[in-house]
Design a protein around this ligand. Sequence first.
Ligand code: BG6
Length: 508
Amino acid sequence: MRQPEKHILVIFGASGDLTYRKLVPSVFDLFTQKLLPENFGILGLGRTELSDDQFREKMKEGIEKFAGTINTKQDMVEEFLSKLFYYAFNTKEEKEYPDFKKHLESLNNKLKTENNYIFYLATPPSMYPLVPKFLANNQLNDESNGFKRLIVEKPFGYDLESARSLNHDLQNQFREEQIYRIDHYLGKETVQNLLVTRFSNGIFEPLWNRNFIDHVEITSAEDIGVGDRGGYYEDSGALRDMVQNHLMLLASLVAMEPPALIKDESIRNEIVKVMQSLRPIPEEKVPEFVIRGQYIGSEIRGKKQKGYREEKGVNPKSRTETFVAMKFFIDNWRWAGVPFYIRTGKSLPTRVTEIVIHFRPTPHHLFHGDKDIMKQKNQLVIRIQPDEGILLKFGMKLPGAGFNVQDVNMDFHYSELNDTYLPSAYERLLLDCMLGDATLYSRADAVEAAWEFVDPILKAWKNQPCIKVHGYPAGTWGPDVSDQLIEGEQTWRYPCKNLVGDGEYCEL
Ligand code: BG6
C-alpha cells in the first residue's frame, strides 16, 4: 500500500457534526492501520473558541464512539490526538485569512509537512464559493511549493444553475485536478464491489444488457425520519438529498461500460457517459415518471411515530418530499428500452440499500407450478447495506412428482469473510485524496449532468403545485401509487434487514 506524502488536513467547520462523527474517526482508523505519513497533522478551524486540548478532548469522544478500529486500538488514541490542532477564526471574513495563513505555516514548519495541504470544506454550503476564493487570494491554491487540494462536501449546488456557478467559482481558484467533490456512496466497499462483480466475472457481462435484463430496481430506504436535520431537509428534500447524487451514481455504476482502466479518468469518463445518456423527463411528464411522498404520523407496535410536519425546524404546511420513486430510461445501445426504477425515503420500514437486476423470463414456460412463481424472473440482488452481500434467485424443481418449480436463493454475505475489516466510506475517500487519486470523487461534468436530469423535476414540482405530495404513514413502504410506476405485473421487491428475506410484511 502506497503511503501519502506528508501533509496537513485542514478542516473548515471542525466544530460540526461531520468532523466529530466521520472525519476525525476515519483519520484515526487510517492512523491505526499505519496508512498516514509520519509527518501529519489535522488543523481544525471554526468560530467556536477552543484550545488544542479542548478540541482533542471533543474529538476523543467522537473517536471512541465512531472509529471502526477503536476496540482493538484504544492504546493509540493519545498518540493520534497529539496530531490534532485547532485555530479559531471567522472563516467568512477575508481579512482574517492572512493570520490564519501565518498560523498554518508555522504549524507546517513545526510538523515538517512541506506545504502540502488538504482543505476540507465541512461548512454550510453557503461557504463553498467563499473559502476557496479567500484561500486563493492568499496563495493557498499555489502548488509550486507543495500540493493544495480541496474537498467539497455535498450538497454540491441546489439546482443546475447553482451547481454550474459553483463549479465555475471553484475552477476560477483551483484547477479541476485539485478539486475533490465527495459523494460518500462511492467510498462504500460494497459500491466498489459492484464494479468487481460486473467486471471480474465472465458470467455476467454477456447477460448485462437489454437482451437479457427486464428492468433494474434501486432502493435506498431509511427507517428513521429527518430527526434534528429538519432545517436542512426542508430546503433539500429527498430528490436533492439522495437521488441527484447517491442514487444516480449507483445507477451509473450498474449501467456503465467497462472502463479502460480501474483508475484515473477511466471510471469517471464512463460514469459521465451514462449520465449524459439519461432520457430527459420533460416538465409536463413528471407526474407520469416521478412520485413524491411525505411521511405522516403513525403508530408502530404501539409506539407513536412523528409525521414529517411535526419534526423540529419543519414548516407545519411543508410540501417537501421525504420519499421519491421514479422511472427513467438510459438511451444507449446497452440499455435502450430497459426501465430503471429508483426509490428512496425516510421513515420506511427498514434501513436498506440494494440494487435488483430483474432478468427476462424464459421465452416459453415449460413447467407448471404456482402461478405467482411462474411470473417470477431471475433476480440478482446486490446488497449495499446492511447484511452486505449478493443474492441470486432462481427456479428449482420441487421434489416429488411432476415438474413443479420453486423459487430458491443462492447467497453470499460479506460477514462470511472472517476477520475482514470493512473500511468506512470516509476512510477510503480521505485516503484516496491524500494519495492524490480522484477516481472515486465526482467530476464537474458528472455533477452537472445529474443536475440537468433532475432539474425539470424540481421545476415541475415548483411550478405545478397540483402535482400531489402523497402522504404515507411513517414505517410503511411509501405511497401505494409508487407501485403503479412499475410496468406489467411486477412490484417493487420489499427487502428485509436480512438479504435473503423479502415480502411486504416480512420480519424487520
Ligand atoms: C446523506 C443524506 O448524504 O446520506 C442523508 O444527506 C442520508 O439524509 C445519508 O441519511 C444516507 O447515507 P447512508 O450511508 O447511511 O446510506
